[in-house]
Every structure is written in C-alpha cells, then in structure tokens.
Design a protein around this ligand. Structure first.
Ligand code: AMP
Ligand code: ZN
Length: 111
C-alpha cells in the first residue's frame, strides 16, 4: 500500500525533518499555514485519529511528548495542535498526523 507519509518516514520522499526517534517523525509542512507549521506523525501507519485503539494509542501519547519537547526547543510557548479526521474535516493524507501551528494569532472557531 502506498502512503505519502509512510514514504516520508522511509526517506523515499524527502522532507525537512524537525525531529525523529524510533516511534515518531516530525517535519515541516510543505504548505505552511502559519510562520511555524510542522507535522508530527507516528512511524506506524495509523489512518487517522478515528483509528486509534488501546493497542496503538501509546504512540499518540508519545506524539504529544514530542510536540512539547520540540516546541520548547524552538522557543515556542503558544501553539495550536490540529488533527483533521476524514474528508469533511479536511484530512488530505490518510496517515495520522498532528499539525503544530505557531507564530501568529489563531482564530476560533477554525474554519
Ligand atoms: P491534512 O490535510 O490535515 O491531511 O494535512 C496534510 C498536510 O500534509 C497538509 O498540510 C499538506 O500541506 C502536507 N503535505 C502534503 N505533502 C507533503 C510533503 N511532501 N511534505 C510535507 N508536507 C506535506
Ligand atoms: Zn502511512
């Protein structure tokens, strides 16, 4: 099965890496929606937030540890974490990812 983000994890498709460990990969979004916009993804292929289970949820907690660590390292205190799930919510890549957006005022509710 071909998956864009699995190909980024494997290095078959290049990316601008922010962070990597054995479980998680983080890289800058190719189409940034804020001055800082990177994605944190589990290396394991999980299709979306709707596919998180007791068996795979530990990596989700780890994603949030990575978000806290990387934002701290970048000197970012105020940021937004977004995970779009499904076409109506705007998910375009069916591999679980957390957008981390920072560096500008954020509106609420999101569009
Ligand atoms: P979503 O639309 O919520 O599924 O988020 C997918 C995100 O992946 C979008 O913000 C895209 O700009 C981003 N994206 C797509 N292809 C790449 C790529 N090759 N490298 C980095 N980010 C990408
Ligand atoms: Zn994948």
């Amino acid at each position: 099965m071909s998956c864009l983000f699995c190909s980024i994890v494997s290095g078959d498709i290049p990316s601008n890496k922010v962070y990597e460990d054995e479980l998680v990969y983080a890289f800058y979004d190719i189409d940034p929606q804020a001055p800082v916009h990177f994605l944190v993804i589990p290396k394991e292929h999980i299709p979306s937030a709707g596919a998180v289970t007791p068996e795979n949820s530990a990596v989700v907690a780890h994603c949030f540890e990575v978000i806290a660590k990387v934002t701290k390292e970048l000197g970012i205190t105020d940021f937004r974490v977004v995970s779009n799930c499904g076409l109506q919510a705007g998910q375009s890549v069916p591999h679980l990812h957390f957008h981390v957006l920072a560096g500008r005022d954020m509106t609420w509710p999101p569009g």
